[in-house]
Design a binder for this molecule. Structure first.
Ligand SMILES: Cc1cc2nc3c(=O)[nH]c(=O)nc-3n(C[C@H](O)[C@H](O)[C@H](O)COP(=O)(O)OP(=O)(O)OC[C@H]3O[C@@H](n4cnc5c(N)ncnc54)[C@H](O)[C@@H]3O)c2cc1C
Length: 582
């Protein structure tokens, strides 16, 4: 199986030509974000992804992880790769320089994260969860907790994980039952968490769990949940990992995909002492604290969809070039070309969406202009549920199409194409199912916001559609699709929250499809300008133009279907009595 070839040229195209790199460079603290640095970082990341992570993808899938009462052993090579990852400084790429990080913007971190996920999604999940832990600690931890734990998490010497889910508390975290009993300045935790990604392993000297639990007198529901930092090894007086805390991995799941990533059932307080933990942020504000880091975590899920999509495309393309049928390589057959273009054109626009939304988060965090910060935050808030849900739906669809291109060989594990689909399938489920993302988009980001953030975005897309470059045929189709999005937006705003829910997912898919059209139009404009300018990379820019054209003509028309579903109203769903009709 060919190893992963990171799409460095495509990333540079998006970062430097399609998106506004100067805007990021002008943010306080990001003057290092110059084209040379960006290019050097991406080249090195590409090497690490291709040479270290990618070769472990297939072996990790077949070998899986091993559980014993003493802990969890990752697949061969993962521990050494993780050491290299930490020593190379990759874990700290976007981490604060004050805590041992490189202080690079999120937009560059997003490009690197795409590579880790494409090369080896199971591996990539470990630093991805540590990044969430860093966000939680940075935003809500006391100075003492930050001083003790943040440096090691930023560098990756210790890994982090998020312990939210319990058997009865999945999408509905109000049902969390894990208890936290005060013990001096600290707490003792008792309870069980399930599905904890990289909750146990031996690749790092300590694992820092961020656990949702209830204090004894906490109010019921979401307003009674607090967040705790619970180390696997309690630190000794010198700050080094010492005694094993009263927590254990009771078992690991046997899953459809991401076989090399341990998904752990964690028990806290089984030995009777209770797991020693420390409050992060305020009592009973645990869920609210989690929300502040949700955008970054959900964005990272979109990058998983993107990474897998690109990897599946590369694999399918290699196969299509070699496999001969009907007297020629199958890549020459129109239907196979259609499938490859379906994969590639959507991957291009998804990459633009992922990087653009990461840039919005950078501006929201760093700009010294309050109005810019607020506008960028509103933009990120609208884009993120779409990045997560549309991006991960595409990851599954594209991996699925990759199997089809392989014909019968796609169904055979040994080819490797099936692994991408198996791995991709989790991403629409975790970190808030895609149904929950749709509720977030329509309930909070659209209706509660009275449509302000969405209308600002529609206005920006309209500006692209109206600024019709000569010969840019993609723009009229974008205008029409945008009209449909505008109508659907009005329909849901008029319907109100309850009536809007039946079509929330269709609306989210409409948004993704139309946003994709926006990026396709911008890609087409940039490519055309380069070609008009007699670029010496003719093939590259012609390919970008061809993919953008394909997207607008063969994918964007799906907007009509989603818009029609929204226009059809909620009756087809709401009139059904779940008890009697299903
Ligand atoms: C491999 C893997 C790794 C994971 N990693 C972690 C981790 O590291 N940490 C962690 O805490 N959790 C983790 N999870 C848990 C994951 O986040 C949950 O599985 C997910 O949030 C869904 O919860 P659930 O499985 O209980 O499904 P449920 O909440 O029971 O949902 C089932 C279905 O009902 C729908 N649904 C539920 N509520 C509503 C509603 N109000 N409105 C409309 N539809 C609704 C859902 O969209 C879904 O389709 C992981 C799960 C897996 C499988």
């Amino acid at each position: 199986m060919a190893e992963y070839r990171a799409p460095t040229r495509d990333m540079l195209f998006m970062l430097n030509e399609v998106l506004d790199a100067d805007r990021i460079r002008s943010l306080p603290g990001y003057d290092d974000y110059d084209p040379d640095t960006v290019s050097a970082v991406l080249d090195e990341a590409a090497r690490f992804a291709g040479e270290v992570l990618s070769p472990l993808n297939r072996s990790g899938d077949t070998e899986g992880v091993k559980w014993s009462a003493d802990g969890v052993t990752p697949a061969a090579g993962f521990g050494a790769a993780y050491q290299q990852y930490v020593e190379g400084g990759w874990n700290g790429l976007t981490g604060s320089a004050d805590h041992g990080g490189m202080g690079m913007p999120r937009v560059l971190g997003a490009a690197a994260t795409e590579m880790w996920n494409a090369a080896n999604m199971s591996f990539a999940l470990c630093p991805l969860l540590t990044a969430s832990a860093v966000e939680a600690l940075e935003n809500h931890g006391s100075d003492a907790l930050k001083q003790t734990y943040l440096d090691k998490l930023v560098t990756g010497e210790w890994t982090g994980c998020m312990d939210l889910t319990e058997p009865q508390a999945g999408s509905d975290l109000a049902q969390v039952r894990t208890k936290a009993e005060p013990d001096g300045d600290a707490y003792r935790l008792f309870g069980q968490k399930i599905y904890i990604t990289w909750g146990e392993h031996d690749m790092a000297d300590n694992i820092i769990h961020f656990v949702l639990a209830r204090l004894p007198d906490a109010p019921a529901g979401v307003k009674g949940i607090s967040l705790f930092l619970v180390p696997k090894f309690i630190l000794d007086a010198d700050g080094n990992p010492g005694e094993h805390n009263d927590l254990a991995c009771a078992s690991i799941e046997h899953k459809l995909g991401i076989h090399a990533c341990p998904t752990c059932t964690m028990s806290f307080g089984e030995n009777g002492k209770g797991a020693l933990g420390y409050l992060v942020g305020e009592e009973n504000k645990g869920l609210a604290h989690m929300f502040t880091m949700m955008n970054a975590a959900r964005h990272a899920m979109g990058l998983q969809g993107l990474g897998i999509a690109d990897r599946a495309y590369q694999h399918a393309l290699d196969y299509a070039r070699e496999r001969q049928q009907g007297g020629r390589a199958i890549v020459e057959h129109a239907d196979v070309k259609r499938m490859l273009l379906t994969m590639r054109s959507q991957t291009d626009v998804l990459r633009a969406l992922c990087l653009d939304s990461a840039a919005a988060m950078d501006v929201a965090e760093r700009s010294d202009n309050e109005e810019d910060r607020a506008a960028a935050q509103a933009r990120a808030d609208v884009l993120i549920p779409v990045v997560k849900a549309w991006g991960t739906e595409l990851g599954v669809d594209i991996a699925n199409t990759g199997i089809q291109i392989h014909g019968g060989m796609g169904f055979v594990e040994e080819t490797g194409a099936a692994q991408y689909l198996r791995d991709a399938r989790i991403a629409p489920i975790y970190e808030g199912t895609n149904g929950i993302q749709a509720i977030d988009l329509v309930g909070r980001k659209l209706i509660r916001d009275e449509g302000r953030g969405m209308r600002a975005l529609i206005a920006d897309i309209r500006a692209t559609a109206d600024g019709r470059a000569e010969g840019a045929n993609e723009h009229p189709a974008l205008s029409k699709a945008l009209d449909l999005l505008e109508q659907a937006t009005d329909t849901l705003l008029e319907a109100g929250r309850d009536a809007a829910m039946a079509n929330a997912f269709n609306y989210l898919m409409l948004c993704g499809t139309v946003f994709g059209g926006w990026y396709a139009a911008r890609i087409a404009d940039v490519a055309k300008a380069a070609l008009d300018d007699n670029t010496d990379e003719t093939d590259f820019y012609e390919a970008r133009q061809a993919c953008a054209r394909f997207y607008v003509r063969q994918i964007l028309p799906k907007a009509q279907g989603y818009a029609a579903m929204v226009a059809g109203g909620p009756e087809a769903v709401d009139s059904v009595d779940a008890a009697r009709h299903l």
